[in-house]
Structures are given as C-alpha cells and as structure tokens.
Unconditional design. Structure first.
Length: 261
C-alpha cells in the first residue's frame, strides 16, 4: 500500500494512494493514523485536488554516511568499518513539490539520492531477526548537503541540517519486504539529466545492520526516518534546478531549488 500525507481545505490527513498514472491518482482517506490499526473510509479525493505533504513528520531523521563504497571514494573518504550515523533535524524535512532553499552560507549545494526507511513502532535494541517487524515502509529521500561547509566545519550539523535539506516522499510504500528493499534501483536526475544511478544492494552495511546499530543507542519512534546512504554521482545544484529521486517500486520525489528568501 502507498500511504501519503496530505492537506485539503486546511485539514491534514493520511490516505491510501490508488491509480498508476499521475492523472489517475486518488487518495482513499484513512480513518485514524497509519501507525496503528486503521480503516479506509471509502471517501476518495483526486491527488490533483490536494497538497501532498511529507509522508511523515519524524521525531528524528537518522542518516548514515559513506554507506556506498564508490561514493566514499569519489569524495576521497575511507570506507567506514562500522555504520557512521549523523542527524538531520525535523525542521529539515520537506515534501514532494516543496522548494529547496539554497543555503545562504554555502556556495556548493550537493544532491544525494537515498532510500529512506520509515519506522512503524516504538523500539529499542532491535535484534537483527526482528528488524522487519519495526519497519513501516520505505520512501525516497534527498540528503542535501552544503559540501563546502561540510569540509570546512568537519562536523555536519549545519552542512546537512539546514532548513529544507531533507526532502521526503512522495509517499510511503508499505508492501516491500526487506529482501526486496535491499535490491532496488535508485536514480537521481537534475533537469532531466541522470546524475546518480545505483542499487540498494551496493550498500556496505545493509538495512538490518543500520537499524540494529542505531537502536542500540536510542529509542526509535513511529514515523522516525532512517536514511541509508547514497550511491556515487553526487554533485552540485544551482538555483532553478529541478531534482528528482526515483526508486524502483516506490515512486519519484521532485523538488526545485530556489534562492533562500
């Protein structure tokens, strides 16, 4: 099931996405919230009549860096022996179609296409064999990075945590199991030109290891997001660029870069 979060007439709700082509997509409004038992209301609205929001509002976004060997090498970094985590604040999250604001303190904004894992239940110290049980679903992400700031400041709070630096969407796909999610094509284009192309099977540390690693340290909450790393091909964005992340079996997340007002 594809579950989207949307706004209509000032109200925010979740809905199950039905249809295949953009012109056909409709939302069957969910009674309640998708992280608990819910029912479909049968009340349907065209996606074209609503504003699609970030599919979740995470308490925290936990991101893992350098989890694809070729990406680590393209930036001159060593491949880490263990998962390497950092955080993006909830204020960095935007949805499909929202504007990426080019940070005023950077001159080198980079794109990074990523598979995002959405947590479905409160959990801590998750054993590897139970990881599937705590996953709600998967969505597309763009881990935007102020690369010059990242190099200059060494730690990544500002470089990766600025407002609008974490586009998510367009919805959460809940029907993928771990085996399938672990071998999906992931692609990023800028103005229609391919920049990144890889497969999630190229991860150094698989999804199970990432969730085991971070849940050893902290409690994960429903709606929290785990970013799993980016394949090679990261590069610069300019004001006016349209950037799209597409992941096999999930969908496409598109945003435009604007000057920060």
């Amino acid at each position: 099931m594809r579950i989207a979060r949307f706004s209509i007439d000032g109200n925010v709700a979740f809905g199950a996405v039905e249809g295949d082509t953009p012109d056909e997509l409709v939302l069957d409004i969910i009674k309640g919230i998708p992280f608990a038992d819910f029912e479909l209301s049968g009340t349907k609205v065209p996606v074209s009549n609503v504003r699609v929001l970030p599919p979740v509002l995470p308490n925290k976004v936990v991101a893992f860096g350098r989890n694809y060997a070729e990406h680590a090498r393209e930036l001159g970094n060593e491949v880490p022996d263990a998962p390497f985590a950092f955080f993006k604040p909830s204020t960095s999250v935007i949805g499909p179609g929202d504007e990426i604001q080019y940070p005023s303190f950077s001159e080198e904004l980079h794109h990074e296409a990523e598979l995002a894992v959405v947590i479905g239940r409160m959990c801590r110290e998750v054993p590897r064999q139970r990881v599937q049980d705590v996953i709600f679903g998967y969505t597309c992400a763009n881990d935007l990075t102020a690369r010059d700031v990242q190099r200059r400041e060494k730690q990544w709070a500002r470089a990766k945590g600025f407002d609008t630096s974490c586009p998510l969407g367009p919805w959460v796909e809940t029907d993928l199991d771990l085996a399938t999610a672990s071998d999906l094509a992931i692609q990023l284009t800028v103005n229609g030109q391919q920049r990144q192309l890889g497969r999630t099977s190229e991860m150094i540390h698989p999804i199970e290891d990432l969730i085991v690693n971070i849940s050893e340290a902290m409690t994960l909450l429903p709606g929290d997001v785990i970013l799993t790393g980016t394949p090679a091909g990261v590069g610069p964005l300019a004001v006016g660029d349209e950037v799209s992340v597409s992941i096999q079996g999930i969908g496409t997340l598109t945003n435009k870069v604007v000057k920060r007002g």
